[in-house]
Design a protein around this ligand. Structure first.
Ligand SMILES: [Zn+2]
Length: 77
């Protein structure tokens, strides 16, 4: 049983037919995948470029989310 590393859907491919470097595609999410290793079976999405190390973080506004102040006082029942 092979699962898509992108969406976790089951890909209907016989593991025995796979070789390292074989291209696959996921029917579910359409991702282009390839086999990185067969034992253990490992798939990688072609969209994930490992070489690209500068990740463009969208300016993450880290605003204080302290609005939910949980003041749980012990209640006497
Ligand atoms: Zn998928």
């Amino acid at each position: 049983m092979i699962t898509c590393p992108v969406c976790d859907a089951t890909i209907d491919v016989d593991e025995e037919d796979l070789d390292e470097g074989d291209p696959l595609s996921c029917d579910e999410c359409g991702a282009s995948l390839h086999v990185v290793s067969i034992s253990p079976l490992e798939l990688q999405s072609d969209d994930e470029s490992d070489e690209d190390d500068d990740e463009d973080f969208d300016d993450f506004d880290e605003e204080d989310e302290d609005e939910e102040e949980e003041e749980e006082e012990e209640e006497d029942w």
